[in-house]
Ligand binder design. Sequence first.
Ligand SMILES: Cc1ncc(COP(=O)(O)O)c(C=O)c1O
Length: 466
Amino acid sequence: MTVDGAPDAGGRTPWPGVRTPLPGPRSAELLARKDAVLNGPLRDGGNVPVVLGRKTGHVLEDVDGNVFADHLSAWGAAPYGAQPRSVRAAVQTAWDRYGMEIAQYLVSEPVVALAERLVALAPPGITRAAPSVTGTEAVEAGVKLARESTGRPIVLGFLGQYHGESTYLTAAASTDLPGNTSNNAQYAPGLVLVPYPNRFRAPFHRGPGPYDDTIYLDYLETWVLRHQVEPSQVAGVLVEPVAGEAGILAPSAAWWAGLTDLATRYGWKIVLDEVQTGLGRCGEVFAADLWGLRPDVLLLGKGLAAGGQPLAAVLGTEEVMAGSHAHLGGTFAWEPAACAGALAGLDLLTSGGVLENARSMQRTAERVLGPLVEEVEQVGDVRSVGGWACLELVTDMASIAPAPAFQHAVHRAALRRGVLAISEPDKPLYRMQPPLTMEPELFEWSCEQVADAVREVAADPPEEDA
Ligand SMILES: Cc1ncc(COP(=O)(O)O)c(C=O)c1O
C-alpha cells in the first residue's frame, strides 16, 4: 500500500535480508550492556537477538544492517508504518504552535477536535471523551467510571485477558501464569474473573457436538452469580472484544448477545477494552463493530498515537460520563501535539484503504498459515482477525501441551529469514502484528517465511523440557 505510512522521504522500503548471525556483533554488544542495567523482564535472555538501528516504512533495521519485516508495529502503536508523513507534520506543527501544555487545565483546539472526532467515530451512544496517556490508565479510568456510575463495587473480568500494569490491572490481567510472576502476582479486592471463550483450550466441554461458547455464560450465571457474587453488586464487565495477548480469541455473536443480556438484566456497565483491538486492527474501526456492540465505556490507546506521540482515550455514554466527578488523565494526557498526531492518524484510518488492507491480511494468513494445522503436528491452531495472526504451537495434538522450545526455534528461524514477530518465552503463542498499511506482497512473503520456518523446525524438532 502506499498510504502515508509507507517509505520515508519518498524512498523505497528496503526488502528484508539478514546478513550476520543473530545477534550481529554490534547488537551483541548493546544487548550485553542492556542486560547489565535494565531490570529483570527487560533482560530477555536473547529472545529478541537484535537491537533497533532504524525503522523505515514497514521494516526494522538492526544496528548490524539486518532488515526485518516489522510484525510488531510497536505492539500496535505504529499502525501506519514507521514515520507516517502526515502524522509527523501534524505533531511538529502543533508542537511549534502550542509546545507542551496540560489539557486538563488549559485546553487547545487539537484537544477539542480530537474529542469531537472520537465521539463521532465511536459506536452509537458514546457522547463523551476523556484524556489519558497509556492504555493502563485508560482502563483504570473505565473501571472508576463503572463503579462511580453504578455505586457498586465489583468488576467482572475474564481469565487470560490483559489490561495493563497497574496493581489493580495486573490482578485483572491473568495472561501470565502465577508460576511466571515470581511471587509478584497481584490480588485485588472487588475483582471476579471468569473464563473467556477459547475454542482451542476450552475449559468447558459439552461433550460431543459443535463448540458452543455460550456455555461460558451458563457457568457465569449458574455458578458465579449464584455462589460467588451478588449480581446487584456488580458495577460492570471489563472485557476485550478480541483477546489480544491471550492469542487472538474472538467470541461468538451468541456469546456477545448473552453477555449483553446479562448486563442489561442486572444493570452492569460494559467496559470495552479496545486498547489493542481498536482503530483498525480487527478490520473495522472498532472491534465492537464486528458484532454491533454498544459499550457504556470504550477504551483506546496504542494505535490512537498513530506512531506519533503517546496518548490514550476514555470514551463513554452521557449517563456514565456527563455527571462524573472522577479526575481522569494527568499532566501529559492529550498534550496538543499528541492530539494533532492522533487526528492525522484517524484521517489515515478513515480515508485510505487501511481497513480493507487489514481484512486482506486475514485472508492471506488464513490461506498461507491455516493449512499448517493439517500439515504439521506441532501447529495446534492458527487464528487470524484482521491484521493479526497467531500460531499456537504444541508438542502434539493429543495433549496440546505448549511447546516453548519448538516455538522459540520457529521464532529464530523466522528471524533468520527476515521476519521479526512476537514470541514470548512464557506464552505458547507466535503472533504477527504488522502495521495495518504493510504492503500485501510483504505480508504474504512474511507468512510464507513463517510457514517455512515451521516446516524447518518440524523436520528436526527440539526437545522440550520435561
Ligand atoms: C487490551 C489492552 N489493554 C490495555 C493495555 C495497556 O496499555 P499500555 O501498555 O499502553 O498501558 C494493553 C497493552 O498491551 C492491552 O493490550
